[in-house]
Design a protein around this ligand. Structure first.
Ligand SMILES: [Zn+2]
Length: 326
């Protein structure tokens, strides 16, 4: 079951590794994930904030199918759907007592589909407690993430992806917890509401350096922005550090004054009107090598069609590179 080649070897050997796409938004659109919309104003920090991953136990076939689609499209990594899977977040959605069951089931499903074709990553996200309670939540956050990371390691993920953190302080706590497992760590910050600094005021380059200083093996940015806007963040990180860079853009169009889709009025019920054409993902993949990106995946709004576009873009750029050598 275990792969001899870990994610870091794979990056070193291939130059660039293709990840997968976004699960929660896609499964919400297919009717299997609860956005919380209709009951509460999602994203205000007042309600449950929903978008929790209980689909892993409630509708496992739906999740299995999306994993299959990503694998078929060329994903070399499948992320277990454990995003928003800490006990406190699941509790708000009424699934707290099933925290271990949901996390373990998500890893099992990803592994079942991945077989020997893809690596399996455990996904760990922000808890939302820094947004709700501020830095005083730090101790509680550490306990919650430590618990989830232990469950994921026990379920035998190949590595961890810490993603969609708005506060660097919370990310550094997560990296600390993840280090205890000894697994490789991919750590990606999310920039909201500005591109120039994260929610607790650190620039992309400072975030990249701090994440590496704390023990991350691959650093980068994910979610909230379309490829073009995310690239401004990625370039800054690339200049600041030498370790591999990860980029996982969203497939939604943002704008100059609100460069993050979850702050736009279309979130979550009118996201279709912001959907980007998949060709923009193909173009991004064509640029990825020259931009120094070594882990490329998609975040919210990115389904298998976008992964296929990524795969096309990557193979076009590798043919171009070979022609130059030849
Ligand atoms: Zn996302």
């Amino acid at each position: 079951m275990a792969h001899t080649e870990n994610i870091l070897d794979r990056i070193a050997n291939q130059g660039i590794v293709l990840g997968d796409g976004g699960y929660l938004i896609e499964l919400e659109r297919r009717g299997w994930v609860d956005s919380g919309s209709g009951r509460e104003k999602v994203g205000t920090g007042k309600g449950s904030g929903q978008f929790t991953p209980e689909v892993a136990i409630e509708h496992p076939d739906a999740l299995r199918e999306l994993h299959r689609e990503f694998l078929n499209a060329g994903s070399q990594v499948l992320q277990a759907l454990t995003f928003f899977g800490t006990r406190e977040k699941l509790n708000r959605a009424g699934y707290g007592p099933q925290t271990e069951t949901i996390n373990a089931a998500a890893v099992r499903l990803a592994r079942e589909v991945a077989g020997r074709q893809a690596l399996v990553a455990g996904s760990v996200s922000r808890t939302q407690l820094f947004e709700r309670e501020g830095p005083s939540a730090a101790g509680h956050v550490r306990d919650l993430i430590a618990e989830q990371v232990r469950i994921l390691a026990d379920a035998k993920v190949d590595f961890l992806i810490l993603e969609t953190f708005f506060h660097l302080q919370e990310m550094l706590i997560a990296i600390g917890c993840a280090r205890a497992t000894g697994l490789p760590i991919v750590a990606t910050m999310t920039f909201r509401p500005r591109l120039t600094e994260c929610s607790d005021g650190h620039s992309p380059s400072d975030c990249a350096r701090s994440m590496i200083g704390a023990g991350a093996d691959v650093v980068g940015a994910n979610c909230e922005q379309e490829p073009e806007r995310l690239l401004t963040i990625i370039r800054e990180m690339r200049k600041a550090v030498t370790l591999p860079i990860a980029a996982q853009p969203a497939a939604f169009r943002t704008n100059e004054s609100i460069p993050c889709f979850t702050r736009l009025p279309q979130f979550p019920d009118e996201l279709e009107s912001l959907q980007l054409p998949r060709t923009s993902f193909e173009h991004f993949a064509q640029q990825a090598r020259t931009e120094g990106i070594q882990f490329l995946g998609g975040c919210c709004g990115c389904n298998a069609a976008y992964l296929q576009a990524f795969a096309r873009g990557l193979s076009a750029s590798s043919e171009r590179a070979q022609r130059h050598v030849g």
